[in-house]
Design a protein around this ligand. Structure first.
Ligand SMILES: [Zn+2]
Length: 411
């Protein structure tokens, strides 16, 4: 970082990839922003799989503003820039309104920087869901200054003060207004800084990035300029071809569970359109307590009726002593209204009917407790999945699981 200087009442600081102009006289926080931005650029380069050195000349002119009006009066925000409550990016210029937490100010600076990078490297950002989703994904971070690590799903609320995405996503889940993937892809150009739309856009880009079988399509879409949003979305679906029904099914599951601590390494679901339709022969399965939703591996058709018999036990924590649970769960503690350790079943449609429309909410996931031998009638083409109920982000200390025997009840 170069030496600090005052310019017409503003402080200016230089990093490798950023010139920071600010009215905030806080040496430590300003140094943090510069170091965090410079640290992020190298990580963005490798995230986007760019040849080393591609971002050598990438540098943004950033204003971080406690008093936005001062910057306007000083002519530092062009009149062509629309009014914005949080931040804005225009080619290599970005503006960020200082927030109540240093985390959130840093986050917004990185977020706008990702937009700048998209203009710089790819010649465009894609539709609003992709533009805001990737910017959120590559802005959400842990640590600060030169230790900043991007693309980190927050472990808890305290680590990302005022960011607030999960709070509104949770409210939407409670109100059964989670958007279908189709409606996220159809978001208007101007999201009007709506925090919830940013949250679901982030979730959609994470979903495509996190699964190996959709990641190439995600990168190809980012790097291929499209003349308009419809072409971008159609190209993405074409790249994913037969996987699209699986993507929408994964979307339903992810939206049901995503929250602080959501662990992608445990929450990836094994679903394929190549899964055979069940032949009615008995199945024996282990449902692991340290994993998210687990498919029985076959698809089911209307008219089938399954008998499911659970057995076994698992432990859900080991402090202060192991919490032993059976399929009915432990009523000492609840998650989403159900006892921890309870065996849950979910029927997941394998046809993305609702997602064809662009303005619909997701049908709530059908989840039922299986605490004793039970029968499950099948009314539509679907997968059947199980998981052991636990708080999101607390799967890693679980051990063991339940054994399931599945047989046809219509014999
Ligand atoms: Zn943005």
């Amino acid at each position: 970082m170069s030496t600090e200087c005052w310019s017409e009442d503003f402080i200016q600081l230089n990093g490798k990839h950023i010139t920071l102009t600010t009215d905030i006289d806080d040496l430590a926080n300003n140094a943090d922003l510069i170091a965090a931005f410079d640290a992020a650029v190298g990580q963005w380069e490798s995230f986007w799989q760019l040849p080393s050195g591609s971002l050598q000349d990438f540098k943004v002119d950033a204003c971080v503003m406690a008093d936005k009006q001062r910057f306007q009066l000083d002519g530092r925000i062009p009149l062509s820039v629309p009014d914005f409550p949080f931040g804005f990016a225009l080619q290599d210029r970005v503006w960020v309104v200082a927030q109540k937490s240093q985390y959130y100010t840093r986050h917004l600076l990185l977020h706008e920087g990702v937009h700048s990078l998209a203009y710089h490297q790819f010649g465009g950002t894609g539709p609003s869901w992709f533009m805001e989703g990737t910017a959120e994904m590559l802005a959400v971070h842990r640590h600060f200054g030169s230790d900043t690590k991007i693309n980190q799903l927050p472990k808890d609320r305290a680590s990302v003060p005022y960011w607030g995405r999960f709070k509104v996503m949770d409210q939407s889940r409670d109100a059964n207004t989670i958007p279908s993937l189709g409606s996220v892809l159809g978001y208007p150009r101007d999201l009007q800084s709506d925090v919830e739309s940013y949250g679901w856009s982030w979730a959609a880009t994470m979903l495509l990035y996190q699964y190996p079988d959709t990641r190439d399509a995600f990168f190809a879409s980012a790097k291929t300029p499209a003349p308009n949003d419809a072409v971008f979305n159609n190209d993405l679906k074409r790249r994913l071809q037969n996987t699209w029904p699986v993507v929408t099914a994964r979307w339903r599951l992810m939206c049901h569970d995503i929250d602080y601590g959501f662990d992608w390494s445990r929450e990836q679901v094994s679903l394929s359109m190549n899964d055979q339709v069940w032949d009615g022969k008995p199945l024996k399965l282990d449902i692991k307590a340290n994993q998210g939703w687990q498919s029985i591996g076959v698809r089911l058709s209307p008219g089938m009726k399954l008998s499911v018999t659970p057995a076994g036990n698992c432990t859900l924590a080991d402090q202060p002593k192991p919490w032993l649970s059976y399929p009915s769960g432990i009523t000492l503690r609840y998650h989403r209204g159900r006892p921890l350790g309870q065996l849950l079943a979910c029927l997941l449609p394998d046809t993305p009917d609702q997602d064809q429309a662009t303005k619909t909410n997701l049908r709530p996931l059908q989840v039922a407790a299986i605490t004793r031998p039970s029968q499950i009638p099948i009314k539509e083409n679907c997968w059947l999945l199980f998981r052991i109920n636990d708080v999101t982000g607390e799967l890693s200390d679980n051990q063991g699981g339940y054994q399931l025997t599945i047989d046809s009840a219509s014999k």
